[in-house]
Design a protein around this ligand. Structure first.
Ligand SMILES: [Zn+2]
Length: 385
């Protein structure tokens, strides 16, 4: 199960609090079977790993997409994030055809032998799922270990580019110092915090993949891989703790007006005591250009709002706590960490929602956008000793 997408699903699933944790591996095994270990088009393009057909009860979790499967064209669920798929799967079981499933959760086997025949008429379905359960178990254990080690690259005779810390904005259900639980909500009702995590996980895969392709290694640390909130200071402190060359925050914008859109990237303002202003501006400029150019290639409506100081030109504004050079430990380092804060797009704009969240190509578009940002980050890292 080495498919990057399926590994991302396992990463997210590990962090989700589900009602029956001992069913985690067997359900992951079921999704592996249904999606060809994350290789099906339904999984790749719509985050639908369960082959879940559209049902009106799925409205809070998914949108409706027309899809031609082996048994003909039908409407299926399209999930905006991996978190939505997981929640959606469990909600799918709460529908009438599966009533009584919660009386069959004593063992993973009992569960799948109950659910399986309702899920599909395919003979020996439960056996096929159970055969994949050890593999799913091993994948979960491996992902857990890798997360604990902050995804250190394997020892290889490659050029080491150092460490980048990616900071998916927001998270959890309560505000903490310097970080609200959520800010923007998309036209299709997806929370910014879900998107930032999804984009960050894609960016991590792209960084590792692009580096490996050039026989380079890069260590990628995420400030969170689950739906939790972390203070602004603690997020920045991870960059210091890991001696990161780069610290990149990922956010999405919102506006009362649905017509507002565009990509912008913030850096620490001079008036907010930036220790490495020129370097930060170079990094912000590089990711901004990369991201905007990638979006413009996919969508002519993309708009370049440029790079901006975090006080937005008002010397009396304190800026973003997460970009504070002291929180980043830059006052204690010989080589200051470069920091930038992407506001990728306005998810309150319907065209953007279609482009990056609810449209048929939303997932491939995300990957293209993050591939471009990864390329810009790696180029920066090659320049920094
Ligand atoms: Zn935000």
């Amino acid at each position: 199960m080495t498919n990057e997408l399926f590994r991302r699903l396992a990463t997210i699933y590990l962090g989700e609090a589900i009602r029956y944790p001992k069913l985690r591996a067997v359900t992951l095994a079921q999704w592996a079977l249904e999606s060809g270990r994350g290789s099906s088009a339904l999984a790749r393009d719509h985050y639908n790993f369960g082959g879940l057909k559209w049902r009106k009860e799925m409205t809070p979790y998914a949108t409706k997409v027309k899809y031609a499967a082996h048994d003909g064209e039908d409407f299926y669920c399209k999930f905006a994030t991996l978190e939505n798929f997981i929640a959606g799967y469990w909600a799918f079981l709460n529908r009438t055809p599966y009533s009584g499933w919660e009386a069959n959760v004593a063992t993973p086997e009992k569960f799948i032998r109950f659910v399986g025949p309702i899920y599909t008429p395919r003979p020996n379905y439960a056996d096929a799922v159970l055969a994949l359960a050890p593999e799913a178990e091993a994948l979960l254990a491996d992902v857990e270990k890798a997360e604990a080690a902050a995804v250190k690259p394997a020892a290889a005779p490659a050029v080491s580019l150092g460490v980048i810390v990616i900071d998916p904005g927001h998270g959890g259900n309560s505000d903490v110092s310097g970080s609200s639980a959520n800010n923007a909500i998309s036209v299709s009702n997806v929370k910014e915090k879900k998107l930032t995590l999804d984009f960050a996980l894609i960016l991590r895969d792209e960084l590792l993949r692009q580096a490996a392709a050039r026989n380079e290694t890069v260590q990628v640390v995420l400030t969170r891989t689950t739906d939790i909130n972390v203070t602004g200071k603690a997020r920045a402190a991870m960059a210091f703790d890991h001696k990161a060359k780069l610290f990149l925050c990922i956010h999405f914008n919102g506006n009362k007006s649905a017509t507002v859109r565009g990509t912008e990237t913030f850096y620490r303002a001079k008036e907010n005591n930036n220790i490495n202003l020129a370097a930060d501006m170079e990094f912000a400029g590089a990711v901004q250009t990369a991201l905007f150019t990638a979006l413009k290639t996919i969508d002519p409506g993309a708009k370049d709002r440029g790079i901006k100081p975090d006080n937005q030109g008002n010397p009396n504004l304190p800026g973003f706590g997460v970009l504070n050079d002291i929180s980043l430990g830059n006052d204690r380092r010989q080589t200051p960490c470069r920091a930038a804060y992407i506001e990728a797009e306005f998810i309150t704009n319907p065209s953007v929602d279609k482009l990056l969240i609810s449209g048929p190509n939303a997932v491939p578009n995300r990957i293209a956008a993050m591939a471009a940002v990864a390329g810009a980050c790696l180029a920066q890292m090659r320049k920094i000793p």
